[in-house]
Write a protein that binds this ligand. Structure first.
Ligand code: KMT
Ligand code: NI
Length: 175
């Protein structure tokens, strides 16, 4: 089952759960355009099915760990953890390990989603988010994307706020 909750802001360690105790529901995620799925077995078939359903054309894999990133690990995590948005969706299927995606709720608080093996998370273009590893410091993920993805990270600034993708996102989540 999905584990998502509102983030406890007072903590200094982003890798710890920082669970405020207030649960976030699938509906809280749906309201901000986030898509969550889980599949227990045959992730190869699941990935193929998701590619088809979302019309993704490309995929690759990334392992986020001290071993794979070496000296660049801390800098890499710092960029992942800076609040940002993209002009295209960010889609991740977790193949092994675990991690935390933080997404901005409808009322602009952080919802933390623990992602584990078999979890698929699709973050819509224009949604502010960030990522970090858990205390295990190991995330093996498949990245699913369109042919020419625009996933340059725009940090949360007045410029990002004014961007076309942000404005389109805000319209898309209004009733
Ligand atoms: C991103 O773009 O923020 C990432 O790739 C995060 C790690 S993927 C689990
Ligand atoms: Ni991102």
């Amino acid at each position: 089952k999905m584990k998502a909750y509102f983030y406890e802001e007072s903590s200094l360690n982003p890798h710890s759960p920082n669970d405020s105790g207030e649960l976030a529901t699938l509906d809280d995620l749906r309201r901000i355009g986030v898509n969550y799925r889980h599949q227990d077995e045959d992730l190869v078939a699941f990935a193929n099915q998701i590619m088809e359903e979302f019309a993704f054309r490309e995929r690759d894999e990334v392992v986020i760990s001290r071993k794979t990133f070496g000296d660049a690990y801390d800098a890499k995590l710092a960029t992942f953890f800076e609040e940002h948005l993209h002009e295209d969706d960010e889609s991740r299927l977790i193949l092994d390990g675990e991690g935390f995606f933080d997404v901005r709720s409808a009322d602009d608080r952080w919802i933390r989603v623990l992602v584990e093996k078999g979890d698929l998370l699709v973050l819509p273009a224009g949604l502010y988010h960030r990522f970090t590893t858990t205390e295990k410091h190991y995330t093996h993920a498949m990245r699913l994307f369109l042919e020419n993805p625009k996933w340059i990270a725009l940090p949360r600034t007045a410029e990002a706020e004014k961007s076309e993708c942000r404005q389109a996102y805000l319209r898309s989540i209004q009733q």
